[in-house]
Write a protein that binds this ligand. Structure first.
Ligand SMILES: Cc1cc2nc3c(=O)[nH]c(=O)nc-3n(C[C@H](O)[C@H](O)[C@H](O)COP(=O)(O)OP(=O)(O)OC[C@H]3O[C@@H](n4cnc5c(N)ncnc54)[C@H](O)[C@@H]3O)c2cc1C
Length: 495
């Protein structure tokens, strides 16, 4: 039986919470996870309609390549999930109706770009990015000591292995746009292509994102996978692992209050049938956003958690429908550029279930999840002014029209109803403040020195997830789980 100091309560079962829980369970911690929703996975969860299973938010997995965080996690825990590495991860439909095939083989991709943009030295540009990206992954372990909080961290950061990569730090504070050759900067189509890739991976455009993060954000399609059974497959496996190691994962358990008496926390909440629950532990980790964590405290501890600013965080619009066709749509991921009155200049990201994925859809059918960025305020004010339903209808029409225009000749026999998710929907299902998702945008303001830390002002209480260091996406929060587990266990998983 574990001692009191080895008990940990994690509030929320997003990928950050689950990955951390599994890592700690692997090291014999007694892990309890409370999840408010019926399903696990938070922003990377799912819902069902009849015979169909839809990814609710996130749809793509990356970071499963050798040596990358999800690969390291699965190897360590001996977890296997059925995935398909995507040789052709994405088709990009530019606004002039032309298409760029984003293939994972860099040579092949450069050949495509050379035809589209012969005036640009694509080889040099993309190999430089690749080099920067690989160097960054290789020093990820240094993130555990960053930003340095004392002499011990400084010593770790001043080791030759880390110092050799010190020039990378410069790229962390240089806007990507400044590093772009003028042939790219002056080419609207190239810039649109880059900007729309960056907004889905870093939540920022080229003029805001640091050059270092831009490299990761543009190279990630090389390491993209389709998860059979949907994006939550790995979440379920992590929960299974935690329970196998003696831990507990409670769905439909909403935590309402955290208090502390001497060195012991008491976590209380409401379970199914409004049944109250409570549990004690010396260690508590919140997988909520930095804006929601303060609401867990009702007493004097609240003053330790001033509610932070939103720092440019985005929300999302999502849409879901099914299609029946004798000719399935591939590749499975499409980014379609749009310039729309309601949503502005941006893109719609269409994700199709694999035609052989029988967990997601019956034969000949595919489920489709569409997502795009939006500002939460636009939907709050629509709600207040009574325009909400009309805006939802406008989005529905846009999705239908875009789909019909950009995916012609596919012998679509049937197209199911389109359901729309707005920031309100996201807030309802994930409890995230104003439905803000995707974490904090990586930009020059939210940089490696100013990103919210996992440590808090309250000893024994930590935060994990996409609004804390190192940030967003399943791969980002999993990296965060390695960093926090490393700090708690006094070891470095990523070196
Ligand atoms: C539309 C969309 C598309 C995306 N696409 C991708 C993609 O393709 N690939 C990718 O890698 N990332 C993608 N992302 C981002 C990615 O999904 C998130 O960054 C990541 O999943 C966030 O994980 P997290 O650990 O921060 O927790 P979250 O996902 O925020 O989960 C937190 C959990 O805490 C629970 N919770 C909240 N309050 C309480 C409470 N009081 N008590 C108990 N439980 C509580 C919530 O119900 C939730 O399950 C996308 C996000 C969105 C919204």
């Amino acid at each position: 039986m574990s001692s009191q100091s080895e008990k940990v309560i994690i509030i929320g079962s997003g990928y950050g919470g689950l990955a951390l829980g599994a890592l700690l369970a692997h090291h014999d911690y007694q892990v309890t996870i409370y999840e408010a929703h019926t399903y696990l996975g938070g922003c990377a969860s799912f819902f069902k309609r009849h015979k169909f299973k839809f990814d609710a938010g996130a749809t793509t997995l990356s970071g499963l390549g050798a040596g990358r965080p999800l690969h390291a996690l699965c190897q360590l825990l001996e977890i296997e999930i059925p995935t398909l590495h995507l040789d052709h991860p994405m088709r990009i439909h530019l606004s002039d109706n032309s298409i760029i095939e984003r293939v994972s083989n860099l040579e092949e991709f450069i050949t495509t770009l050379d035809i589209e943009f012969p005036e640009v030295d694509n080889r040099k540009f993309w190999y430089d990015l690749k080099d920067r990206e690989e160097k960054l992954w290789s020093v990820l372990g240094a993130g555990q000591h960053f930003p340095p909080k004392g002499i011990k961290d400084l010593v770790k950061l001043l080791r030759p292995k880390v110092l050799a990569k010190a020039p990378l730090a410069l790229w962390a504070f240089t806007p990507f746009i400044k590093t772009l050759p003028k042939e790219i900067r002056s080419n609207t189509r190239y810039m649109d292509f880059i900007n729309e890739q960056l907004i889905i991976s870093t939540q920022s455009h080229a003029n805001e994102v640091p050059a270092l993060l831009a490299a990761m954000g543009l190279i990630y399609p090389d390491d993209m996978y389709y998860p059979f059974g949907g994006i939550s497959t790995l979440a379920d496996k992590l929960a299974e692992y935690i329970t196998k190691r003696g831990g507990e994962v409670h769905k439909r358990h909403r935590v309402t209050d955290v208090s502390k008496n001497k060195d012991v926390f008491e976590v209380t909440g409401v379970g199914p049938l409004k049944k109250p629950f409570n549990k004690e532990a010396a260690l508590v980790v919140s997988n909520l956003t930095i804006w929601d964590t303060p609401n867990l405290f009702k007493n004097e501890l609240k003053s330790l958690f001033p509610i932070p600013q939103e720092r440019g965080a985005w929300s999302a619009i999502t849409a879901y429908f099914t299609i029946k066709s004798t000719q399935p749509i591939t590749p499975l991921y499409h980014q379609v550029h749009i310039d729309n009155e309601l949503l502005g200049k941006g893109s719609l990201f269409f994700s199709f279930s694999h035609p052989d994925d029988r967990e997601r859809a019956p034969e000949l059918w595919q489920t489709v999840t569409v997502s795009t960025h939006t500002r939460s305020e636009q939907w709050i004010s629509a709600f207040e002014s009574g325009n909400y339903d009309q805006q939802v209808q406008e989005v529905k029409e846009l999705i239908r029209k875009t789909f019909n225009e950009r995916f012609p000749d596919k012998n679509i026999e049937e197209m199911g109803n389109i359901e729309i998710g707005t920031p309100h929907t996201i807030q309802r299902f994930t409890n995230r403040h104003k439905g803000l998702v995707g974490g904090l945008p990586h930009n020059l303001k939210n940089n490696i020195l100013t990103f919210p830390a996992q440590e808090t002002a309250l000893s024994g209480f930590y935060q994990i997830g996409d609004t804390t260091f190192p940030g967003q996406g399943i791969v980002g929060v999993t990296t965060g789980a390695f960093l926090l587990a490393g700090k708690l266990l006094g070891k470095n998983f990523l070196e």
